[in-house]
Design a protein around this ligand. Structure first.
Ligand code: GSH
Length: 226
């Protein structure tokens, strides 16, 4: 049977969450690393909006949003705990906040030159106060966003926190958010994340390498989570 095909971009946090969901679901898939400056016409024909990730299923159905790709992957046999654990009203609010206000502040903090009159420090403070500090508080009471087990919401959100932390790593490390910082560090060290960042050749379609069986036994995230 034909594999699903994922149009992806290595450093895109939306594409990261899609790749991690496919890896968790142990899904064989083909991947096409896109150049955002030269998007493939095949992808644009499937999804004219022109953002990644985009997934073409063997049925011909096209999934154009990262959360829809996660949903599809994590409701396949064997992965549903990851999906179910994320489905609370509170978690859905976190996703909306992440993809909404936090992403808005993150873009203006990371790329102030792209926005008029943008003072990056204003957005750094906004992101900290409205998202990161509350997220730290939430993680003080639970190891993961769904409780004691990792869930889809963790992998949907941490790539964005990673991007924020990467703007000024020293400043980020100095903030007092120990639960959030530990949660992020553990995810970054996980086999799952390391594998999802596997470097693919650009602008061709290849088979995404499967995570080997030995490492899969230590899934979801091996021992570093504590
Ligand atoms: N809502 C979309 C957002 C995807 C998105 O914005 N991806 C960015 C890359 S991180 C993109 O492709 N932007 C288009 C461009 O830069 O041309 C999703 O969840 O998949």
């Amino acid at each position: 049977m034909q594999n699903p095909l994922l149009y992806t971009y290595r450093r895109c946090p939306y594409a990261m969450r899609a790749r991690m969901a496919l890896i968790i679901a142990d899904m064989a898939f083909d991947a096409h690393e896109v150049s955002l400056r030269d998007k493939p016409s095949d992808m644009l024909a499937l999804s004219p909006k022109g953002s990644v990730p985009v997934m073409l299923l063997p049925s011909g159905q096209v999934l154009e949003q990262s959360w829809d790709i996660m949903h599809w992957a994590l409701t396949q046999q064997g992965a549903s705990d990851w999906w179910v654990g994320a489905q609370t009203d509170e978690n859905r609010k976190w996703l909306a906040k992440n993809d909404g206000d936090f992403k808005h502040h993150l873009d203006r903090y990371k790329y102030p030159e792209r926005y008029e009159n943008s003072d990056r420090n204003i957005y750094r403070v906004e992101a900290l106060q409205t998202f990161l500090l509350p997220l730290n508080t939430r993680l003080e009471r639970r190891r993961f966003l769904g409780g004691e087990q990792p869930c889809a919401m963790d992998i949907a959100i941490f790539p964005f926190v990673r991007q924020f932390a990467g703007v000024e790593p020293d400043w980020f490390a100095q903030q007092t958010m120990p639960s959030l910082q530990r949660w992020l560090a553990n995810w970054l060290a996980s086999d799952l994340f390391v594998h999802c960042m596997h470097k693919l050749p650009s602008q061709i379609t290849v088979k995404f390498p499967p995570l080997d069986t030995h490492r899969r036994l230590t899934m979801p995230i091996g021992s570093p989570i504590n």
